[in-house]
Ligand binder design. Structure first.
Ligand SMILES: [Zn+2]
Length: 101
């Protein structure tokens, strides 16, 4: 409920000291260092291809919900993996922010 302040008057004998009179400010989100270069570790997931195909490699950030095993690649290594013609960044995690060649 929102009421203009002029319509409000204190009731005698009531203690209002516990009533908040200021809005609580939400804590500001910490700024990301850079939207194009997420920090953390990376992993590479091999997706099997149909018979005879080479398959595909998908790069994941360690925060990805897709279980990919140990994320032990540095950002540089992840970027290097992305230079392979049959690799691609995951579209659901921070890997999608990686610059693709
Ligand atoms: Zn992912």
């Amino acid at each position: 409920m929102r009421v203009p302040a002029r319509l409000i008057s204190a009731i005698e004998g009531t203690d209002y000291s516990a009533v908040p009179t200021r809005r609580k400010h939400r804590p500001a989100r910490p700024p990301r260092s850079s939207p194009t270069a997420p920090t953390g570790r990376w992993s590479v997931q091999h997706l099997p291809a149909p018979i005879g195909g080479p398959g595909r490699w998908v790069i994941h950030h360690e925060s990805c919900w897709i279980p990919t095993g140990d994320a032990d690649l540095t950002l540089d290594q992840a970027l290097h993996e992305l230079t392979r013609p049959d690799s691609e960044p995951c579209t659901t995690c921070d890997a999608r922010h990686l610059p693709t060649p």
